[in-house]
Write a protein that binds this ligand. Structure first.
Ligand code: ZN
Length: 425
């Protein structure tokens, strides 16, 4: 249609995007479409060395901070201009796919390169980010580099994380040449494109999907204490069976999901029983409960309900129960202006779109705690992720790149003012 074509904005340099994707996919290639590039391995170092050299050759200033986040900065608008950061991660799962993470980093560079060529009087500066250890495969937890960046995780603690061979993040940063000393840049907003890693887009025929919310999680460890006894002679009324107490708690954790006013997922997927013998009334049981929701209020509600119910649930089995540890990943909402902007841009390209939430972590989830941030997803064929046959077509990769470069144009034109960028195409 000539009309819609005339109105459609210019796309990303798809040739550059494809060439850079091909190149980055060589590092750690397993020869079967996948790649093996866990954080701070030789393969990861090779990919980062190439990417840093590529950015330098294009005129970017390369920075590495103390947790090994790699940044390429290009100043187009003078020292006081707003700073737009775009990125993702070059590390992969062991025997992972070649699109998860790498796409967001490469598309960021290709988008800024596309924009630079055409920009007349740019009003923002740009940074491409490759976050260290997004995957959490070799070093736990995941989102390590981006979480240190936001201050959610202390640097010293992050540097002490060890892989299963006992090697620390600090040692491996030094070995690979990424124990940096540059101050991390302070951008004004953050954009990330990423493969969906699920098949909702494919099923809906969508090519673009902004994430609206990221789910939060509570990982709660509960210790149930009873009394160890023989399962034969001990009279029923005298038994203090820790597993029976655990069973009441497990059923209650499920009931929380079934009675919640909004979406709540819950599970108890691990139970450590002591002494775990068929003819001993168990004296101890440790439950690993998880509660997940896109709404912070649901996590608060479920935790409060669980805490309030525990004594009575335990008393039903004549045992005691105590919460001994709680890990919290906060739920949140990506910047609604960036969501609206991505949707307006997708519509202008004529790309069918849907809205998604993400249950999985992304660097943008970490960054969203301190900056306006968004993830824009492109479809994954068959919903496959973290495997060699993870795949997104070059056309869909380019579609995500088109949306990214046009978002950059509108943000730049508005001088980094997201209210203005959303209002004026
Ligand atoms: Zn990823």
């Amino acid at each position: 249609m000539p009309d819609s074509k005339r109105n459609s904005p210019a796309g990303i340099d798809a040739g550059l995007l494809a060439a850079l994707m091909d190149k980055v996919s060589e590092f750690g290639s397993t020869g079967d479409g996948g790649l093996d590039r866990p954080a701070l391995t030789d393969n990861h170092k090779a990919a980062r060395d190439w990417f840093a050299a590529e950015m330098r050759a294009r005129g970017y200033t390369v920075l590495v901070d103390a947790i090994g986040n790699l940044f390429g900065r290009i100043d187009l608008a003078g020292p006081d201009a707003p700073v737009v950061m775009i990125g993702s991660h070059l590390d992969s799962q062991p025997l992972g796919g070649r699109f998860d993470g790498a796409y967001g980093v490469i598309a960021g560079l290709a988008a800024v390169e596309t924009f630079r060529r055409e920009a007349v009087e740019p009003r923002c500066n740009y940074i491409i980010a490759d976050w260290m250890n997004e995957e959490g495969a070799r070093f736990q937890p995941s989102l390590l580099g981006s979480s240190v960046f936001t201050g959610a995780v202390p640097l010293d603690w992050a540097l002490e994380r060890r892989d299963r061979d006992g090697k620390s993040v600090a040692e491996e940063l030094r070995r690979t040449g990424y124990a940096g000393s540059d101050a991390a840049p302070r951008p004004d907003l953050y954009l990330e494109v990423h493969i969906e890693g699920d098949d909702k887009m494919e099923k809906a025929g969508a090519r673009i999907a902004p994430f609206l919310r990221h789910w939060g999680a509570l990982k709660i460890r509960i210790e149930v204490t009873g009394e160890q006894n023989h399962t034969g002679p001990t009279p029923m009324q005298d038994r203090k069976d820790a597993v029976l107490g655990a069973a009441y708690i497990i059923a209650f954790v499920r009931e929380l999901a079934d009675t919640a006013a909004d979406t709540l997922y819950s599970s108890v997927a691990r139970l450590d029983v002591s002494p775990n013998s068929p003819n001993i009334v168990p004296g101890k049981a440790v439950l690993f409960a998880e509660l997940r929701s896109p709404e912070p209020a649901m996590l608060e509600w479920s935790e409060a309900r669980l805490r309030a119910a525990l004594p009575a649930l335990a008393a039903r089995a004549s045992v005691t129960a105590e919460i001994v540890a709680v890990d919290r990943r906060p739920a949140g909402r990506f910047d609604p202006r960036l969501v609206a902007l991505s949707e307006a841009v997708a519509d202008d390209f004529g790309y069918p779109r849907i809205r998604l939430d993400t249950i999985a972590g992304h660097d943008a989830v970490a960054v969203n705690a301190i900056l306006p941030a968004i993830v824009v997803a492109v479809p994954s064929v068959g919903g496959v992720i973290h495997r060699n046959d993870e795949y997104t077509s070059p056309e869909d990769l380019a579609a995500g790149g088109d949306v990214l470069v046009e978002m950059i144009r509108r943000i730049d034109r508005s001088g980094g003012d997201l209210n203005l960028a959303t209002e004026t195409p």
